[in-house]
Design a protein around this ligand. Structure first.
Ligand SMILES: Cc1ncc(C[n+]2csc(CCOP(=O)(O)OP(=O)(O)O)c2C)c(N)n1
Ligand SMILES: CC(=O)[C@@H](O)[C@H](O)COP(=O)(O)O
Ligand SMILES: [Mg+2]
Length: 637
């Protein structure tokens, strides 16, 4: 797509510039913004569909509100590209999600316009409420605070905790903009979606409301009375109370959220209206780019594409008929479920991402998408397990952070056979600090009753799933990373049970001073390091720990007694409290350290790792093959 001449785009470097435009010029500016986003994201991948749908929301809010003094909080933040571009980051946008470049999500350290950082869902109402309370002046004034939340993010329990708290006090002066495009990443699920549809599609009510709004504009002093009348009419027409009004929010809408002029009109009214209020904006995900409107799931984050033809140039599958860990998980779960009627699947809103969609297609009655509700997913799984099922609950590692107590209190403590599969464990790449699966091992290692395993490859993943599916050893956690590339024939291999807590000897050469103990798929980097060193004549042993809990104490005893000078642990989670710490504790407790053994732990440092390619980030953290080899070389001589 060749860049068209623009009239507004290059002139607007801040909301102050934006506010110099007349309202009638805004649609043309939105079109230019949209075109810019499509062109940029086609070459430098990111979250396209949501950002295209929220162009008018970003423009209208910045136009009407006095940002950055007023506070604008984006939920998740994957839809905020227009916001980023019009708040001074147009020139930096080609660096979006790249190492050293701007983040793909709002980030407080990046811009004063990013009032709150995000990446995980359903935080915006709580954060906007906190900002509003903190910045309120003694006379009840202070900045206006706006939360923009999607219909998917609204399914998260935290959003309702925010509504509940905000609605309790009429002095809570926040606006929630519900960006309702009727889809999450995959089709939105749950009762809320029906309620939103009900609110927004009642023809009788909307006809009545439109005419009343017009009257309201003519006689402003009657607004309060008319609003009351509208609320009453809503209950009458819809035969149910409006959910948001039950939380003491004043409900406005639905408005066409892709009509920037209508949005400006509505927001101008709402900015001066005190108290908690919600504007229901109907938008179209992928708006203005036909392929993205047509297949909204595929175009949520489409990878590189040809903007002219819509051809996808880097689809997220492994390609060449090979399989990612995600594909292996999905196919194996179907196979296990076919063999055992007790097996069911659960995903909190990521069926395509984690491949739970395969079970959903094959056995819809045995697969549950519960919405963006990680805590609920785990407790729901625990309930299913208490009722005799063997639930495979698949959650992205970083999103599972939301559910730690559910794991502890509802599943592990109850000794229930929940199989928690943690996808996207380790470094995920361009999504960055909010999304790396950095903490799961450190968070869960101290929880009793858990078996925690990390497969190094597809065969191990299948075998671990198979073993866990017996439902005999209480709760299992199986963690594996994004991607991978395995031959399709791996799915034909027989499933072999694995002894819980049993690791593997991969290489044990005579005369080695250094032994590497790796955990999970990052072991392939260690393997490459050890084998390249062997080519140089440097011998190093390599063990695949496989289980972080229970530890393979027999294997560790063997390593301890081999007389190595150094054990180098390698993991793709945080060093502090991770798998390496478990090994170190064991050697310390058993007195091997006083015998001269030193443990060197490699993994993620004690700071948040930002965005970049997985390869770049591994190198930065010293856990790519070259860095591991360097480290071993320095110890081996
Ligand atoms: C806690 C958490 N769980 C899951 C996700 C993954 N996720 C990111 S965007 C998204 C869909 C959000 O849907 P919606 O709020 O409707 O926004 P849309 O993309 O439709 O604009 C999901 C599930 C996340 N970011 N955070
Ligand atoms: C914004 C968000 O949280 C998701 O869109 C996430 O980026 C998906 O990650 P994957 O691409 O790894 O499925
Ligand atoms: Mg949505």
């Amino acid at each position: 797509m060749t860049a068209k001449a623009t009239k507004y785009l290059d002139r607007i470097d801040s909301p102050a510039d934006l506010r110099k435009l007349s309202v009638n010029e805004l649609p043309a500016y939105c079109a230019e913004l949209r075109e810019f986003i499509i062109r940029e994201v086609s070459a430098n991948p990111g979250h396209l569909g949501a950002s295209l749908g929220a162009v008018e929301l970003a423009v209208a809010i910045h136009y009407v509100y006095d940002t950055p003094n007023d506070k604008l909080v984006w939920d998740v933040g994957h839809q905020a590209y227009a916001h980023k571009i019009l708040t001074g980051r147009r020139g930096l946008f080609p660096t979006n999600r790249k190492l050293g470049g701007i983040s793909g999500f709002p980030k407080m350290s990046e811009s004063a316009y990013d009032a709150f950082g995000a990446g995980h869902s359903s935080t915006s109402i709580s954060a906007a409420l906190g900002l509003s309370r903190a910045l309120r002046t003694a006379d009840g004034g202070g900045p206006k605070c706006v939360a923009v939340i999607g219909d998917g993010a609204m399914t998260g329990g935290l959003a309702f905790e925010g509504l509940n708290n905000a609605g309790a006090d009429p002095d809570n002066d926040i606006l929630v903009v519900l960006n309702d495009n009727r889809i999450s990443i995959d089709p939105n699920v749950g009762a809320l979606k029906e309620a939103l549809l009900d609110i927004s599609t009642s023809r009788h009510y909307n006809r009545f409301k439109d005419s009343t709004w017009k009257a309201m504009n003519r006689v402003p002093r009657m607004r309060r009375m008319i609003q009351k009348m509208l609320n009453g009419a809503k209950s009458f027409f819809l035969h149910q109370s409006n959910l948001f009004e039950s939380f003491n929010f004043r409900y406005f809408g639905p408005v066409d959220g892709n009509d920037v002029v209508a949005l400006v009109r509505a927001l101008r009214d709402l900015r001066t209206l005190p108290g908690p209020k919600i504007l229901h904006a109907l938008t179209v995900k992928g708006k203005g780019y036909a392929p993205a409107e047509q297949d909204q799931t595929e175009w949520h984050a489409p990878g590189r594409f040809d903007p002219e033809t819509g051809e996808r140039l880097s689809p997220p599958s492994a390609g060449n008929g090979s399989l990612r860990f995600q594909d292996v998980f999905g196919h194996t779960l179907v196979r296990l479920a076919e063999a055992d009627p007790r097996i069911v699947g659960i995903t909190p809103a990521m069926p395509t991402g984690c491949s739970m969609n395969l079970l959903m297609e094959r056995m819809p009655e045995r697969a549950y998408d519960v919405g963006i509700a990680e805590g609920h997913a785990v407790t729901f799984a625990a309930g299913l397990a208490a009722g005799g099922k063997i639930p495979f609950c698949n959650i992205y590692s970083s999103f599972m952070q939301r559910a730690v107590d559910n794991v502890i209190h509802d599943a592990a403590l109850q000794e229930l056979p929940v199989v928690l599969c943690l996808d996207r464990a380790g470094l995920v790449g361009e999504d960055g600090a909010t999304h790396h699966g950095a903490f799961d091992l450190a968070l869960l290692r101290g929880v009793p009753n858990l078996t925690i395993a990390a497969p190094m490859d597809a065969t191990e993943l299948r075998d671990l799933m198979y073993t866990a599916s017996a439902g005999k050893d209480g709760m299992w956690v199986i963690r594996y990373p994004r991607g991978g590339s395995f031959p399709a024939k791996v799915l034909d291999e027989p499933l072999t049970p694995v002894e819980p807590g049993r690791g593997r000897i991969l290489r044990e050469p005579e005369g080695a001073r250094v032994a590497v103990v790796s955990v999970g798929a990052i072991g392939t980097e260690a393997q490459a390091a050890v084998s390249s060193l062997a080519d140089e004549g440097i011998a190093a042993a390599h063990y695949d720990l496989r289980f972080v809990k229970p530890l393979d104490t027999a294997l560790l005893e063997r390593i301890g007694e081999k007389g190595y000078r150094y054990v180098v642990t390698v993991e793709d989670g945080v060093i502090a409290g991770g798998a390496g710490s478990a090994v170190l504790e064991y050697f310390s407790d058993r007195g091997f350290l006083t015998g001269g053994l030193r443990v060197v732990r490699l993994g993620l440092p004690d700071r948040f790792v930002e965005h970049g390619t997985v390869g770049q980030l591994r190198a930065l953290c010293g856990i790519d093959a070259a860095s591991i080899a360097d480290r071993i070389r320095s110890l081996a001589v």
